[in-house]
Design a protein around this ligand. Structure first.
Ligand code: PXG
Length: 288
């Protein structure tokens, strides 16, 4: 069934949802976006996603032409119009139509696109058995070249890491920063457990300020697990007791092997499983 897509100020049929070939979003990857989940009819952490969207836009000097509350209404209307109760929202802001030159200020009107659709997750078996990953050779963007906290439309850095993963027969690659510390996976944040303590790299090590990451850190703390944000090395990953990734699409997924080395006993660990289950319940609005 054709979807209704939000384009700028209204819903249009999918076939009418068109963007100019002069849009700098296409020409230069100039824009920002969010990926948001809908669970049991509720939009998960929408306020946090909108905060990140507006902050990302601000850093790259895009002025989103509508207020946060108008955007919130537009997102809700799009979800409702498509009757999606469990799915995925892709919210995209492009720089808009400009000239064939990179000057962003030649673009007068940022374009707003909201798509509400279903989502394809990793298969259930991968959650039960755990995922294998590799260390990417591709370094995470230096924060002085492009702040990794900006969720921009320019994902080539991550895409190069994803290609490395797929070429090596695994779904994800871990990216390291210019100083050799763990930054994040190509589309997820990184956590390890060592001696019962949960560790995750600080966002200034080169990761997105993940919404799932924040929720998982909160759930861990609420359950008496100490959470530490600190630089991690490849050594730390290799000798971790548990290892998992978090993200809007992946939720919480255990890692059981990196660079051919087994993590723990080769199965998703107890803390990983507990956090996955509690995240699952929290996202679906169920409490213990
Ligand atoms: N790092 C990067 C580079 C990401 O792109 C995350 C971390 C996790 O952040 P959230 O806020 O989602 O917990 C992301 C988000 C997809 C997909 O289709 C990927 C993301 C989000 C939604 C869909 O692969 N990555």
């Amino acid at each position: 069934m054709a979807l209704k897509i939000w384009l700028n100020d209204k819903l249009v049929d999918q076939s009418q949802a068109c963007i100019s070939v002069y849009d700098h979003g296409l020409l230069y990857g100039d824009g920002v976006f969010e990926g948001i989940r809908i669970y049991s009819g509720r939009i998960f952490e929408l306020a946090a996603h909108l905060k990140r969207l507006y902050e990302s836009a601000r850093v790259i000097r895009i002025e989103i032409p509508i207020s946060v509350s108008a955007m919130l209404d537009a997102v809700e209307e799009t979800v409702k119009a498509n009757g999606i109760t469990d799915g995925y929202i892709r919210l995209v802001i492009t720089r808009g139509i400009g000239t064939l030159g990179i000057n962003p200020f030649a673009c007068k009107k940022p374009q707003i696109i909201i798509i509400a659709d279903t989502i394809r997750m990793y298969r259930e078996e991968l959650y039960e058995k755990g995922m294998k990953v590799i260390s990417a050779c591709t370094m995470r963007c230096h924060p002085l070249s492009l702040p990794p906290q900006v969720k921009s439309l320019n994902y080539l850095n991550n895409i190069l890491a994803k290609i490395e993963a797929i070429d090596n027969g695994v779904p994800e690659a871990i990216m390291y920063n210019h100083a050799g510390y763990v930054a994040e996976a190509s589309g997820d944040n990184v956590f390890i457990v060592k001696n019962g303590v949960l560790y995750t790299p600080p966002t200034h090590a080169g990761s997105l300020d993940g919404i799932t990451r924040a929720v998982v850190m909160r759930i861990a703390a609420e359950n008496g697990i100490k959470v530490v944000e600190d630089n991690l090395t490849r050594f730390d990953l290799y000798v971790s007791d548990e290892f998992f990734l978090t993200g809007t699409a992946a939720e919480v997924i255990g890692v059981i092997e990196i660079d051919g080395r087994q993590i723990g006993d080769g199965k998703p660990g107890a803390i990983t499983k507990m956090l996955r289950e509690k995240f699952f319940n929290c996202a679906r609005g169920r409490t213990d």
